[in-house]
Design a protein around this ligand. Sequence first.
Ligand code: PMP
Length: 377
Amino acid sequence: MSIYLDNAATTKPCREAVKAACDCMEENFGNPSSLHRAGLAAQLAVDNVRKIIAKAIAADPSCIYFTSGATESNNIALIGAAGAYGKRKPKIITTSIEHSSVEKTMEYLEQNGFEVVRISPDRNGMISHEQIINAVDESTCLVSMMMVNNETGYILPVRRSFYGIKKLYPQCVTHCDAVQGFMKMPFKVSELGADIISFSGHKVHAGKGVGGLYVKKGIRLEPRIFGGGQEKGIRSGTENVPMIASLGAAVKALNASVSERYKKAEELKAKLCAKISAIDGIYINSHEDASPYIINISVPGIRSEIMLHFLEERNIFVSSGSACSKGAKSGVLKEFGINDNFADSALRISTSHETTATELSKLISSIQEAMETLVKA
Ligand code: PMP
């Protein structure tokens, strides 16, 4: 039996999600754009998932759009909003700890004449809402801020920042990459103050290649993908109906227990951190009040990849930094003030509601075994 502790990279699809995708492929394979009954059935299935997602974040179903995942959602949101609102307001505010699908899109926008201001964490590795709000001015068209950092679990002050911004500059568009918070911590769109929210299916026990956007009524996005005009023209292309069905089934299965699962994750994290604190040579990089689902640690002296493969041999799967960077040295950890020695040996442990205390105990004893054998070697 393997111990899977890389849930920030991807999650195991739940039984409900697998069944919904299979049922859809076997029995509801129509194209939602077709005018006959088979098309209508597929369209109804997609619209039903729109309702499920909308209910989960207290939004109107007409504000939910499906994409191929959060990378596409972030690209559509940022390029789309900058295109629609940035003609005379070329400034964009974001943070220096965003996922590459935001950071690389910001680089693209910079190459296209926008001024991007990246707010870095302070000496304590924190970003305050004042830092964000103070960076916004009359010439700012867009602010983008993630909900939970995917490498350390740091929870950003999105709500306070967006409220402050909207008070001063109601026309400024706010976007939140909520991938690591969606279905993990409860939030309502009305309370977040975000005009646009990105989410992904495969981080919430649905299939890969599906995600979406919440776009507040009245917010315009200049399209980037042209074609049949699906998803009200924001994202042309035939909808991935089976994976959308899997997303609906996963969200339906998880939605009632978001707070309960968060509490359980907190308890597990507390136990894990207590164990780590009692061992010399292992350090916790994540903040105490970070998301309980992501715990970033360092074992200085043992490079991340070496430890990762040592654990893999014992059927324990963790990540070195961010899975998206494929083991490349993480610039984000540096932004958090984590020094090279710690960053080179950083491991990301990311749990799910299926993780047990026994699994985490096995992880710790295996890390200790590595410290005894590898450091001496
Ligand atoms: N944003 C964040 C914070 C993420 O963690 C990820 C996935 N690593 C993405 C965006 C991209 O999501 P997807 O894999 O669905 O494209």
